[in-house]
Design a protein around this ligand. Structure first.
Ligand code: HXC
Length: 286
């Protein structure tokens, strides 16, 4: 569900919090990162969204632009985060059309379920290249703008690597790397006035990841007794980019209703790990 004006009318934020600022978002046409972009645009920012799919990215940009009169949203479509030169062109286009970049969301990700035995080396490399190398490339391509504007970068991570999640080892390995990347950037770039943080969404309903990866009704396992909403991630994003977080860098903001602390992601009803291990069968292309 798109984020609407009610988000600011009923929310705690000043409507012009990000006026004159520009946010650059990889994966901005996807559900979570689109929600983050929508919230930033509603609060006054202009935006560039970056995606591989031309039609999807262009359409999302036009739609997000409608959220606020005078908003500008640039579509950097046909951009693959695995290619730093492709990202450099997207940055160039953004600066040409919007003048600057203040905030960066590195959110582009790829994922599928696969057990280790059937995960090819190329499949592992593909996910690590999109999620981890893509995050590095995004920071790299935006660095000059971040330095010039004393900007802030937010990596979209996960909680998968906090414990062993079967069939997600490729993503878990990549996201662990993303956390490490962000922490080191916070230390290296802090003296330049650049902040670097991660946001780690939990079970956010209505997202591609949720629909593809989750099964069964697991709400009761969440300490807060509900699934997350895209809006929950948007709210934390605003906080981390706002002046309220001026002294917050090198952190990982988990937004998951405390579910990872419970540590019971896997139930036999959801992921039949033992059956697969016993039969040595692929889990199929989900
Ligand atoms: C097993 C798969 C696979 C699948 C791809 N591969 N999909 N293996 N199951 N479902 C393998 C291929 O067989 C191939 O290995 C290698 O990965 C590369 O595949 P390509 O299709 O050539 O790569 P590419 O076109 O670059 O796309 C890869 C992809 C794709 C991004 C991973 O699955 C895709 O386009 N997905 C849609 C976008 C997406 O994943 N969104 C999810 C976002 S949710 P071989 O050995 O055959 O050459 C998310 C949340 C993460 O990321 C956090 C969760 C909590």
């Amino acid at each position: 569900m798109p984020i609407t004006r009610e988000f600011i009318e009923n929310g705690p934020w000043k409507p012009d919090l990000f006026r004159g600022k520009v946010v650059f978002v990889t994966g901005g046409a996807g559900t979570i990162c689109r929600g983050q972009t929508e919230a930033m645009v509603l609060l006054g920012a202009n935006a560039a969204i970056v995606g591989r799919n031309v039609e999807k990215t262009e359409k999302a940009a036009r739609e997000i632009e409608q959220l606020r009169s005078g908003a500008k949203v640039v579509a950097c479509s046909g951009t693959d985060v695995r290619d730093v030169h492709s990202l450099a062109k997207a940055v160039e286009k953004t600066v040409q059309e919007l003048g600057r970049i203040d905030f960066v969301i590195a959110g582009a990700a790829g994922n599928f379920l696969s057990d280790f035995n059937h995960l090819s080396s190329n499949a592992f490399k593909t996910v690590v290249s999109i999620d981890l190398l893509g995050s590095y490339n995004t920071a790299k391509a935006c660095f000059e703008q971040l330095r010039k504007n004393k900007g802030s970068i937010l990596f979209v991570s996960a909680t998968l690597h906090y414990y062993g999640i079967p069939f997600q080892l490729h993503v878990g390995a990549a996201k662990a790397g993303v956390d490490a990347l962000s922490n080191a950037l916070a230390v290296e770039l802090g003296p330049l006035g650049i902040r670097s943080n991660c946001i780690a969404p939990g079970w956010i309903e209505g997202t591609e990841g949720f629909d593809r990866l989750m099964g069964g009704n697991l709400k009761r396992k969440v300490p807060l007794q509900r699934y997350g909403k895209v809006e929950d991630i948007a709210q934390s994003t605003i906080y981390l980019f706002s002046p309220a977080a001026d002294y917050v860098t090198g952190t990982i903001q988990v937004v998951d209703g405390a579910v990872w602390h419970v540590g019971s992601f896997i139930g036999d009803d959801v992921y039949p790990v033992r059956i697969i291990a016993a039969n040595n069968e692929p889990i199929g292309k989900l």
